[in-house]
Design a protein around this ligand. Structure first.
Ligand code: ZN
Length: 539
């Protein structure tokens, strides 16, 4: 017996077999069960996702003499006639090659006759957007007053090219691209029932290469099976489908880190010599950037990325910020529009990569404020004698004398430098030391869930005093204090494990390590940029 390609052998026989389009199949099944079908449907969506298959299923389900909960039985005379393509009442027209008005006139004459088998007439018009204007007008007349026994399924990959007069006569179903995970699961079921050995990463490669099309995935898998002699292993899939070359996308985004023009031209050279279509590449790069944004929003585990590249995706997601990714995406979209308009595609690609390499990265404002607040005060030409510093320190009550009172609040606007509270003694000193030792660890732990805030307070806050169950934490500025307040519950919980339950007293005030932290502020490219471009001064 001759070999039947998988796409034909496993063509859905029931609505429930259609992969990844439950919103369409459920609505149609309900319509069939309740006998509330529209006379015209528009099935739109990318190629290979099941539009024509669904239209044929509908034709069978409408005509089946023994339907089972709306599904066609597949064995009655009308079902088998349709399956074998000899049903006279189911007419398929390919509008790509029959787009003239005379084809639709034939259809209109034919529609008027009663169905031969006593069921219904179903007209499936594939690629309906290819019809000429005159043909659309002729079709419209039929759709306006269809006979009771006639149903129309119009399938198209370009619904925007279908006149609105036609659209408004149809119930519309938008088929979606099927996710790589759904396709891989489908392939795995088929290989299992075929009894062929396979590994999951091979299916992952095939599913991604098929780019949402179930039909493409099946033909690709046919090729792999033929190539590898009856199995589907990772290396076979790479040999046939070609590597996905996700590294080409990673390298483009890395250009904003390396700032290397020669890397940009190397990448361009490689894309050109590998014959990568600029438009395909740009679409892929846009998806790659959107994936990185998703990773930032919900973590790598909840994102649909190849299993063996999760670590690489997570690391890149850490290194670039949302603002940069959004701007990169905009650059890609502009370049893609130009490429689509047939402007010199290669030059557009080169321009884009050069823009990536000379990309000025945005700075998260909170980080910048933190750096500026940590900076040592610029030396003034004639430093005023600091008369207030000593008295503040002297008048502060010792911890022994004021176990129940809070330390005097230190206002950030006051000119005199606020002093640190005097160190506690005895057990309290031990508790404070523990609290200080664990500060960074606790901040890092909180960063797992509250990344930017916890990072902000890690160097912009510090426990400075402990007395009678109250831990005072000083923050360098108001943004740090706000972050500290927002993280208050978390801090309290973490500290409970280290020094027992404490209440927290969060204040703006000096940090003991303030003099060490800011060493690098002048070297920071962001600060430099602000100074050079905007004339910013450190105050
Ligand atoms: Zn049947």
């Amino acid at each position: 017996m001759s070999y039947v390609v998988l796409a034909r052998k496993y063509r859905p026989r029931r609505f429930s077999d259609v992969v990844g389009q439950p919103h369409v199949t459920r609505t149609l099944l309900n319509g069939l069960l309740q006998k509330r079908l529209a006379h015209a449907y528009l099935l739109s969506g990318p190629r290979g996702v099941g539009k024509t298959t669904t239209a044929r299923l509908l034709a069978r389900a409408i005509n089946c003499t023994n339907p089972n909960e709306g599904e066609p039985c597949g064995v009655c005379e009308r079902c088998t006639a349709t399956l074998e393509g000899r049903a006279l009442d189911v007419v398929e027209i390919d509008a790509a090659s029959n787009n003239g008005v005379e084809n639709i006139r034939d259809l209109r004459e034919n529609v008027a006759y009663a169905p031969i088998t006593g069921g219904a007439k179903v007209y499936i018009i594939d690629e309906v957007h290819m019809l000429s204007n005159a043909a659309f007008n002729a079709l419209l007349k039929t759709l306006e007053e269809p006979p009771d026994h006639a149903y129309f399924c119009l399938a198209t990959t370009s619904p925007q090219k279908v006149p609105s007069t036609i659209l408004s006569r149809c119930q519309r179903f938008d088929f979606r691209r099927v996710s790589a995970a759904e396709i891989a699961a489908h392939l795995s079921n088929i290989l299992t029932s075929e009894g062929l050995p396979f590994d999951l990463s091979a299916l992952d490669i095939i599913a991604r290469k098929a780019d949402g099309s179930v039909r493409d995935s099946l033909s690709l898998m046919d090729q792999v099976i033929a190539f590898a002699g009856g199995q589907v292993m990772r290396q076979d899939a790479i040999d046939v489908a070609g590597d996905l070359r996700l590294d080409l996308y990673f390298r483009a985004v890395s250009l904003i880190e390396s700032h290397s023009l020669s890397d940009a031209f190397d990448l361009d050279e490689e894309l050109a010599s590998a014959g990568v279509d600029p438009q395909d590449y740009l679409v892929g790069l846009e998806e790659h950037i959107v994936t990185l944004l998703k990773i930032k929003a919900m973590g790598v585990e909840k994102t649909d990325v190849p299993i063996d590249l999760k670590a690489e995706y997570a690391s890149m997601g850490e290194r670039v910020n949302e603002g940069d990714l959004t701007r990169l995406l905009q650059l890609c979209l502009v370049a893609e529009t130009d490429v689509r308009r047939n402007f010199n595609a290669r030059t557009r690609m080169q321009l884009l990569l050069v823009k990536f390499a000379s990309f000025e990265r945005s700075v998260v404002l909170a980080d910048l404020i933190s750096k500026l607040e940590h900076a040592p005060a610029a030396p003034s030409p004639a430093p005023a004698p600091r008369v207030t510093a000593a008295p503040v320190a002297q008048t502060a009550p010792s911890p022994v004398q004021r176990p129940t009172t809070r330390p005097a609040p230190v206002t950030p606007v006051a000119a005199p430098a606020p002093a640190l509270p005097p160190p506690p003694t005895g057990d309290a000193a031990e508790v404070l030391r523990k609290a200080q030792d664990s500060w960074e660890t606790i901040c890092e732990k909180l960063a797992e869930n509250f990344n930017s805030r916890a990072r902000l307070i890690k160097h912009g806050g510090f426990p400075v005093y402990y007395s009678n169950g109250t831990l005072r934490i000083n923050f360098a500025g108001s943004s740090h204090l706000e972050a500290g307040r927002a993280l208050g519950a978390g801090l309290k919980e973490e500290y409970a494990a280290v020094i027992g339950t404490v209440s927290l007293d969060l204040q703006i005030g000096p940090l003991p390590n303030m003099t060490q932290a800011p060493a690098a502020v002048d070297d920071d490219p962001a600060v430099k940029l602000l100074k050079d471009r905007l004339g910013a001064r450190q105050v």
